[in-house]
Design a protein around this ligand. Structure first.
Ligand SMILES: Nc1ncnc2c1ncn2[C@@H]1O[C@H](COP(=O)(O)OP(=O)(O)OP(=O)(O)O)[C@@H](O)[C@H]1O
Length: 640
């Protein structure tokens, strides 16, 4: 039943705006504001008609007559003779029976602009004319209307310096129809410009997220041999993460392959580390794992559980960790010069052998020190501070991997944790040497590598390494390490907070996009519906006819030469105004170009709500809902 939408053409438009000459007319006051070039300098109004930010030099407080002009009350007082002129048969247009009466005009050569600003009635009738709209989504927008009508916002009175005691504290109205501008403290695009890509998530973030999603679903082309068990306790869909079966782990001394698996308990994806051919001799070896399980830290890969199994055909110890999709290791990212020997995970983009600059080095040092402090404070020791066991996820985020494995594999109740913690300090010093000096091997004497550090990095790096590699003593504590790197921790804190600001900014933008998706979805449910309740014309008649014309107005406009107008700003502006239910009027033209309707966004919104509610009520009768199957509740769609 999909019909090709005809372009809207008004043969003699009563008040056609210049650029969108064939779309619709707007009240003259707003048109004047648009044409005022000086206002285009204001960033807030590139997408919107006028700036309502109080401190902005281009701030235009709504005038009382302007507010009146935007009222939909035209409907109530429009001349009955004019309404009577609308005859469906006469116009050869689809039958239109609006629930909320809207003024309807014949497009005739005599139609003049003032006719569009037909008489309007006072505010209170407004709620009568426009039925209730979705208050759940943007209750504040209706409040905005009240605030405009509140005498406290009579700007003319205020401007005249009249003595006025407001009943309630004066606060500027919030324009819910405005698309969120970038936060001023995050980005600073040139004034008057709002590039298209600024509406969407930045490419680098999008690529990172997509790579993670891909890594969650990735499967090897060639089935693994031998195949992993179909099920392992509550875990299923085991996928080995390394295409080459590891012989023996450099760190653990046993073959220790890793698998991605899904849990039937919570549907989450986990990482299973299997220690092949290992038999647990003492239950006490598991004691430390309980503490590891309780340790939650942003720089440590969380251990979930551990168990032994014979499902692989041998005695295996399996440790279950959080899965970080598309993670790589510090070794593969920076130190592995041999691309051939690196594990081949098709979904990871490795940078092999990239030198670590000082800023990044301190970022890693700070994060690792943070993890070590948490581990030592819990009475544990890392024991596996190796570049292979430091996962890199996201933007330079380090996580200590494989916590607790050596506590089981090399269980020795006679050695106190303090001894392992002292070893951690030395391993940390060697790790920094490895990161800063690619030729250093942990078994070698560090003198040459320290010389290299001194040449390449600031003296603080060398001092820290010397301290960590020094002999144990009463002053060699982890708190002293933190004291030494204190200023670098502050740098890291700064960077994190800036990053947080930019992510919040992105989240705000996505919130706006989410709003638009909801509105679009509701329109999509109604538009071009083949039939509803055995009525094949349902989508084209009654209130739905307005929705159809609005869809044409938003998406199917054409330029004076007949070319499609693909103006994203127009689309976003219209949909935001619709979502906010503004009283601004717009003119919708029928496809046969012989009639037009002047309606407000608020009325269109109520038409959409009414049609969507009809569909929803009918849908409720069905035993199962497709939306439920997709995990989308009707409440999420903004249904009240
Ligand atoms: N928790 C995790 N989440 C996501 N991916 C992980 C996780 N742990 C490891 N990986 C991935 O598995 C790969 C192999 O990890 P592993 O710790 O076995 O490194 P390795 O280089 O094989 O070390 P070893 O010499 O000890 O076997 C890593 O490169 C990483 O991409």
């Amino acid at each position: 039943m999909a019909q090709r939408s005809a372009a809207i053409r008004i043969t003699k438009p009563p008040d056609s705006p210049g650029s969108k000459g064939k779309q619709a007319s707007t009240p003259p006051k707003e048109k004047e504001l648009r044409n005022d070039k000086s206002q285009r300098l204001c960033r807030n109004i590139t997408l919107y008609d006028q700036c309502r930010t109080p401190n902005c030099p281009f701030y235009h407080p709504p005038k009382s007559d302007q507010l009146e002009a935007s009222s939909t009350t035209t409907v109530v007082e429009s001349s009955p003779t004019k309404v009577n002129e609308l005859k469906a048969s006469h116009l050869q247009a689809p039958v239109f029976v609006p629930k909320a009466s809207a003024p309807v005009f014949n497009v005739s050569p005599t139609l003049s602009t003032p006719a569009l600003q037909a008489p309007r009635s006072p505010g209170p009738q407004l709620s009568h004319v426009a039925p209730e709209w979705n208050q759940e989504s943007y209750a504040g927008a209706s409040q905005m209307q009240h605030e405009y009508e509140d005498p406290a916002y009579d700007y003319d009175t205020l401007a005249a310096g009249a003595m006025y005691m407001p009943q309630q504290p004066l606060r500027p109205p919030i324009d819910y129809h405005l698309y969120t501008a970038p936060m001023p403290y995050v980005s600073n695009p040139p004034l008057g410009q709002n590039p298209l890509h600024s509406f969407f998530i930045p490419d680098d973030l999008r690529r990172m997220f997509l790579a993670r999603l891909e890594a969650l679903k990735w499967k090897p082309n060639v089935p693994p041999h031998p195949p992993p068990p179909a099920e392992l306790g509550v875990y299923h869909d085991l996928v080995p993460l390394e295409s080459v079966r590891p012989t023996s782990s450099r760190v653990y001394g046993h073959p220790a392959p890793v698998y991605r698996a899904m849990s039937t308990v919570d549907g989450n994806v986990y990482l299973l580390r299997r220690i092949e051919g290992f038999r647990v001799t003492s239950e006490a070896a598991f004691a430390a794992l309980d503490t590891w399980r309780r340790l939650r830290h942003p720089n440590i890969v969380t251990l979930r559980e551990a168990f032994t199994t014979k499902a692989f055909g041998d005695n295996s110890l399996v440790l279950v960790y959080d899965f970080h999709p598309n993670a790589t290791t510090l070794w593969d990212e920076h130190l592995n010069q041999n691309a051939e020997s690196a594990p081949k995970l098709p979904h990871t983009a490795r940078r092999q052998g990239m030198p670590i600059n000082e800023r990044l080095l301190w970022s890693y040092v700070t994060q690792i020190a943070n993890a070590l402090k948490a581990i030592h404070s819990s009475g544990l020791a890392a024991r596996a501070l190796d570049p292979n066991k430091l996962l890199l996820t996201g933007k330079n985020r380090v996580r200590l991997n494989g916590g607790g494995i050596l506590d089981v594999l090399s269980f020795d109740p006679s050695t106190p944790p303090a001894a392992y913690q002292a070893e951690d300090m030395i391993s940390f010093g060697k790790l920094i040497l490895s990161m800063g000096c690619e030729f250093y091997q942990p078994g070698h004497h560090p003198a040459q590598a320290i010389d290299h550090l001194e040449r390449v990095y600031s003296p603080d790096v060398k001092n820290l390494v010397i301290f960590l590699l020094g002999k144990p003593g009463p002053y060699k504590t982890f708190d002293e390490v933190l004291h030494m790197i204190g200023p670098r921790i502050l740098n890291e804190l700064d960077a994190l907070q800036f990053y947080n600001d930019s992510l919040e900014d992105e989240a705000m933008r996505e919130m706006e996009n989410g709003r638009i998706v909801r509105v679009l979805s509701k329109m999509g449910f109604v538009n071009e519906r083949a039939e509803f309740e055995y009525d094949p014309r349902w989508a084209d008649t009654g209130d739905r006819y307005i929705i159809k014309l609005f869809r044409d107005y938003v998406f199917h406009s054409v330029s004076p030469t007949g070319a499609p107008v693909l103006d994203l700003s127009h689309v976003i502006t219209c949909l935001n105004k619709l979502d906010a239910g503004l009283d601004e009027r717009l003119m919708l033209v029928s496809r046969d170009e012989r009639s037009c309707l002047v309606v407000t966004y608020r009325e269109i919104k109520s038409c959409i709500e009414a049609a969507y509610t009809d569909l929803r009520n009918a849908g409720d009768k069905l035993p199962t809902g497709a939306m439920g199957a997709m995990g989308i509740s009707q409440r999420a769609m903004g249904s009240s």
